[in-house]
Design a protein around this ligand. Structure first.
Ligand code: TRP
Length: 339
């Protein structure tokens, strides 16, 4: 069989996954499984870098997030699903790369100063946080990944990873790593309920595990075309968030919905109600994966689900480690450290 190219991506387990993660990452990851050997990683060390003051929920968010990965069709028999901290080689490679990365390169990464500003409630002026993109480079290089599906905000990190590869090869006269390429997610970034980017920190999300009642309530809160005051006013679907959602989540019906909005045959309330039903249906697998949320089931079944996910992660870690150990042996040899 022909060796397939490798793909690696990761997510930080800092909270529940929402529709933005679905269209921005999970849908794309699921499709990539057909074409690449995929590694999907719970980036818990990366999460710890911003959450170290209150890390209590990292472990359960990891289980909750992987529950959603599996429900969306990320398949542990086709892809390696693992947790970063289960593969200590990430930390080893991080150390080696940190040693040879000029300080100016990381200080210049634009996301660094942005994050310091955005997460201003936290003490992020730490030595480790500055190294965030170096750890990310280690994640990618450890699996000699060719492609890395990410959102636009991560492009500077990919660029740094590529620079590190070139420097490593130049310093040690070797060719261990492919230069990783970013695979930009085809979907545009999803707007939240209020029209800004959907994000936990804005409190404008619809989570994948939401109950149907909650989805209906949240859909009613969505911003619509601000110029449409009365139902008889013609709407402007291109500037309406609800109409935007139709395009993303039910493209086959969007043309009709848009036309009815434009000609004032469809009011905003009806539009939200019908969209809510589309979203309820779409999120069904994520509720199914959590019978405990549907009431009745005992809390123990949450524990059982976590135990099952833990087994998936352990199997993934074994496969990931086999690859990681080979790479780290080559790296140590290249830099003159015994292995
Ligand atoms: N920094 C990424 C994010 O916040 C998460 C991440 C960690 C990642 N390691 C990675 C993404 C390796 C791609 C490849 O979205």
């Amino acid at each position: 069989m022909v060796e397939r190219r490798r793909c690696l991506s990761g997510m930080r387990p800092t909270g529940p996954l929402h529709l933005g993660h679905l269209v921005g990452a999970l849908e794309n990851w699921r499709k990539l499984q057909a074409e690449y050997d995929c590694f999907f990683m719970v980036a818990d060390y990366h999460a710890l870098m911003s959450e170290y003051e209150h890390p209590e929920r990292l472990r359960t968010w990891s289980y909750e997030n992987v529950t959603d990965w599996l429900a969306s069709g990320i398949d542990p028999s086709r892809s390696v699903i693992f947790r970063q901290s289960d593969v200590p080689e990430h930390v080893e490679l991080f150390t080696i790369l940190a040693i040879m990365t000029p300080l100016g390169w990381v200080e210049r990464v634009p996301t660094y100063k942005e994050q310091l500003r955005e997460l201003s409630g936290r003490e992020l002026s730490t030595y480790g946080f500055l190294g965030y993109p170096i750890l990310q480079a280690a994640d990618i290089l450890l699996y000699q990944a060719h492609v890395v599906p990410v959102g636009e905000d991560q492009l500077p990190h990919l660029e740094l990873a590529r620079e590190i590869v070139r420097r490593f090869h130049h310093l040690y006269r070797t060719q261990i790593f492919p230069e990783p390429e970013a695979l930009l997610t085809p979907a545009p970034r999803l707007a939240g309920l209020d029209g800004r980017k959907m994000s936990k920190s804005y409190g404008n999300t619809i989570n994948l595990s939401e109950t149907p009642e909650a989805i209906r309530r949240l859909a009613q809160q969505m911003f619509t075309d601000p110029k449409r005051i009365k139902m008889t006013d013609p709407g402007h679907p291109q500037t309406c968030n609800v109409c935007g959602y139709w395009k993303v989540f039910a493209p086959e019906r969007a043309a009709t919905v848009w036309e009815e909005c434009r000609t004032a045959r469809r009011g905003c309330v009806q539009n939200k109600q019908e969209l809510a039903e589309v979203l309820v249906q779409l999120t069904e697998p994520y509720r199914q994966a959590r019978p405990v949320l549907q009431g009745g089931a005992s809390a123990a079944s949450g524990q059982e689900r976590y135990a099952k996910i833990e087994r998936v992660l352990q199997e993934g870690a074994a496969k990931a480690r086999a690859v990681a150990q080979r790479t780290i042996a080559d790296v140590k040899r290249a830099v003159g450290i015994a292995s």
